[in-house]
Design a protein around this ligand. Structure first.
Ligand code: KG4
Ligand code: ZN
Length: 332
């Protein structure tokens, strides 16, 4: 099976080629245009996808040493994501499949983040738990099989990636701020500024309280000293990151206890966070978990993970019709 996968759900245009389940190429074009606006501007994102999609697909085919005529499946991200962005990838995938007369597979972006774990060995065994953390999602997923997943816990308000990015904005760091908070946190003291990590029963996350606490904390401190942020940037970042990671792990530990599952994975953009990775390894060692952490290139959005998900669907013959349209709020 020579499969081409396309990802265009947010601000990364990406294409990958998977041959008989083995990844041959994964090309990602990150859109830099959003940096000056402090967040993704949907209209600019879809225009940038239109510019990037053809060169990105051509590069992915070249690196895999195949041509369009060798392809026999096209997979694409159907949702969730930004409608305009999803439309570009969906329309491109549909046209290509129609032109080549080959089947089309629609992929759920968050399921693909989970299935990125199967691009390389070692991978988790079923059933496992996957904490999927990105700019739009914070979920604990019970994964029974490649395509049998259940969200057993999620956020009732903001995603943790949003909490990282919004804090970064308050600290006047450019978008996307998550990686920068991570960078500065590495030189800071996480215990310097205690922030509330209130635990609630169950597996439902909430990040709106901590976000407001950070806002008020910075407002009060800069009223006393206008240079407070510059003087304490590393310690602020370390304290915020430490608190967000603590919130993430408290619920994950509860989910592991309740389900009795010990294969624990993380996925999504925030799984690139060094504090989360280190704390997960420490917790796993203490509790006897088998911990699975994706390679950095498979954490943030990429088409390799769409290829992995598309592959398992194609093996089952789970194709979609040419009438398919994107679903910005696609259900699991
Ligand atoms: O999965 P992703 O690339 O896109 C979505 O599907 O949302 O995740 C992007 C999110 C952003 O919020 C970004 O700030 C965050 O992942 N992120 C990080 C790190 N790298 C990316 N957050 C914290 N630390 C990082 N190292
Ligand atoms: Zn994502």
């Amino acid at each position: 099976m020579v499969l081409l996968a396309i990802e265009s759900s947010c601000d990364e245009s990406s294409a990958a080629v998977l041959i008989d389940g083995k990844l041959r190429s994964n090309v990602v074009a990150t859109q830099l245009v959003h940096q000056q606006y402090g967040g993704v501007v949907p209209e600019l994102a879809s225009r940038a996808h239109q510019q990037h999609i053809v060169p990105v697909v051509e590069e992915a085919l070249n690196r895999a040493k195949v041509t369009k005529k060798d392809l026999n499946v096209v997979a694409f991200t159907r949702g969730p994501g930004l409608l305009g962005s999803l439309l570009v990838g969906t329309s491109f995938a549909k046209s290509l499949a129609l032109g080549l007369d080959i089947p089309l597979v629609d992929v759920h972006h968050m399921q693909a983040h989970v299935l990125a774990h199967f691009l390389e060995d070692p991978h988790p065994s079923f059933p496992f738990l996957c904490l999927t953390v990105s700019g739009g999602h914070t979920q604990i997923v019970l994964v029974r099989d490649y395509l049998d997943m259940e969200v057993i816990g999620e956020t009732q308000d903001d995603a943790v990636g949003e909490a990282f990015d919004k804090t970064a904005k308050l600290l006047q760091l450019p978008y996307p701020g998550g990686p920068l908070i991570d960078k500065y946190a590495q030189e800071g003291n996480p215990d310097r500024f205690p922030l509330p990590a209130v635990d609630t029963p169950g597996l439902t996350y909430s990040f709106s309280g901590i976000k407001t606490a950070i806002l008020y904390f910075l407002r009060d401190q800069t009223a006393k000293d206008p240079d407070f942020i510059q003087k304490n940037l590393a310690d602020i970042c370390a304290s915020v990151q430490g608190t967000l990671v603590k919130i993430l792990l408290t619920k994950l530990k509860r989910a592991a206890r309740e389900t009795g599952i010990r294969d624990i994975a993380i996925a999504g953009g925030v799984s690139a966070n060094s504090g989360l990775r280190a704390e997960l390894l420490r917790t796993g060692e203490k509790l006897g978990w088998n911990v699975f952490i994706p390679k950095f290139e498979y954490c943030t959005d990429n088409a390799a993970m769409i290829a992995a998900a598309g592959y398992y669907k194609a093996l089952k013959g789970d194709f979609c019709p040419q009438t398919v349209s994107p679903l910005p709020r696609m259900e699991w």
